[in-house]
Design a binder for this molecule. Structure first.
Ligand SMILES: Cc1cc2nc3c(=O)[nH]c(=O)nc-3n(C[C@H](O)[C@H](O)[C@H](O)COP(=O)(O)OP(=O)(O)OC[C@H]3O[C@@H](n4cnc5c(N)ncnc54)[C@H](O)[C@@H]3O)c2cc1C
Length: 424
């Protein structure tokens, strides 16, 4: 049957937000769309994001929003200009899901869940004609290096067999390499590298870090939140970066929102120097001079712990951190102790493994793509989502860019198909 795109058929591989969005753009243009995913169901990471409330985007001004993508802001701005936070909220509304702006500017669905949104979206995609092929793991091309100018031959492993399908264009939206149990395992890195497509190694982003905790500290405080601290880190160029919020002590180090926000810098510092030193201000609201006088106050027969608690409101895990990171002798010197309370040094020695991270840095390099997100060296092959070489902090920036890239890849395919001679 002929359709608006002359009977063209596109394979979208990967059913996360990026692949589903590309599929949506394509089906709306009348292209036949077959969507393949290695897992039994699509959108597993999206659903997992929903467990944390589904921070889908952010309401801050565009300039600040774009700056969250760091070195890749120029490229990602182009995606966001086409499908940005406002369009994303409008799209959710079109699926019957209202969104609201939280106090921090983060945007969430009213129900704080991903499932209703995904359910409505899949229903609409199926109704529009998208064919879903689950448990289909992409294995590569039928003949490596022989990607036909007419059609691409794509190989899949399914529970039944290993088979090849043909498509006029392929969108790869295979995700990054974190939380591999949800489907995106980064196995594609090797496959694309073998094809000569430049891929920057996947690295953990929005991740926790290891520190040298003593057995005593780890066993007593692992899993405890450290509320309202300021974390400061000076990079090797001498720029100071600070974030305020909560963090969590883990068995081997630290994690949590305030750490994720600095994690790209910390990860890169560790990669170049072998470690990164951060400083915690345990009582951000109080001046150093004030803390010195509080700590210097005679403590009589009280223990140091109860003295710190009553004079400086330092207790529990915060006292534990001081004991862990400050030389014992400094507890007898109010100036030194107060200085440590305001700038407690913690040496981070390694990021946690990629599989534990919220997202990945690295991926298919932008230089490999043309302005339509097509791989220059492989006409007809498009990439979208977290598998591209960009990263962003948490705050809705990851999902927004994944949706936006899927939208642009879909549009890119349409433009390419329009200019491609038809099959005969
Ligand atoms: C715990 C957690 C919480 C998060 N919370 C948020 C949040 O609140 N806000 C936010 O913005 N972001 C959040 N994220 C990040 C966000 O979910 C991801 O950035 C986003 O899902 C990536 O979308 P994607 O479409 O690129 O890839 P994915 O969602 O990872 O989808 C890729 C798909 O490709 C499939 N696939 C992979 N390889 C193959 C293959 N060889 N063959 C066939 N199929 C394959 C996978 O099965 C998967 O379905 C969170 C992530 C995690 C882990």
């Amino acid at each position: 049957m002929q359709n608006k795109q002359g009977g063209r058929s596109v394979a979208v591989i990967g059913g996360g937000p990026a692949g589903l969005k590309a599929a949506e753009v394509l089906i709306q243009a009348g292209v036949e769309v077959n969507l393949y995913d290695a897992m039994p169901t699509v959108g597993r990471k999206f659903l997992m994001a929903g467990k944390g409330g589904l921070n889908i985007t952010h309401a801050e001004p565009a300039e600040i929003f774009n700056s969250r993508y760091g070195a890749r802001r120029a490229q990602i701005k182009q995606w966001l200009d086409a499908f940005g936070p406002a369009e994303l909220r409008e799209w959710a509304l079109g699926l019957g899901v209202t969104t609201f702006v939280g106090t921090s500017g983060r945007v969430f669905p009213a129900e704080m869940k991903a499932a209703p949104l995904l359910r409505a979206w899949l229903h609409r995609l199926r109704k529009a004609g998208v064919h879903f092929h689950m448990r289909h793991r992409w294995k590569g091309w039928a003949e490596v290096g022989e990607l036909s100018a007419k059609q691409m031959a794509v190989c899949f492993n399914s529970p039944e067999d290993e088979h090849t399908i043909h498509a006029d264009a392929v969108v790869l939206a295979l995700g990054g390499g974190s939380w591999s149990k949800l489907g995106s395992d980064g196995a594609w890195v090797q496959q694309l590298t073998q094809l000569g497509i430049p891929v920057s190694p996947l690295r953990p982003a929005n991740c926790g870090f290891d520190a040298h905790w003593s057995e005593h500290f780890s066993s007593r405080f692992a899993g405890q939140p450290v509320k309202l601290v300021t974390v400061t880190f000076a990079d090797s160029a001498g720029h100071s970066h600070s974030r305020q919020g909560d963090l969590m002590v883990t068995a081997g180090g630290i994690e949590g929102g305030v750490i994720y926000a600095l994690s790209a810098l910390l990860r890169d510092e560790i990669a170049s120097k072998g470690f990164a030193e951060i400083f915690l201000d345990l009582i951000p609201g109080k001046e150093l001079t004030r803390i010195i006088s509080e700590v210097a106050h005679p403590r009589g027969s009280r223990s140091m712990s109860s003295h710190l608690q009553s004079r400086a409101n330092i207790k529990g895990v915060k006292t534990g951190l001081l004991r862990e990171c400050v030389p014992r002798a400094d507890f007898d010197h109010p100036e030194r102790l107060a200085a440590a309370i305001k700038a407690l040094p913690i040496r981070l020695i390694a990021p946690r493994p990629l599989d534990e991270a919220i997202s990945s840095a690295g991926g298919v390099m932008f230089e490999a793509l043309d302005e339509n997100m097509m791989v220059r060296a492989t006409p007809g092959l498009f990439c979208a989502g977290e598998m591209l070489d960009w990263e962003a902090p948490t705050g809705g920036y990851l999902l927004t860019a994944c949706f936006a890239s899927g939208y642009c890849a879909g549009k890119g395919v349409l433009e390419w198909l329009q200019n491609k001679p038809s099959q005969s």
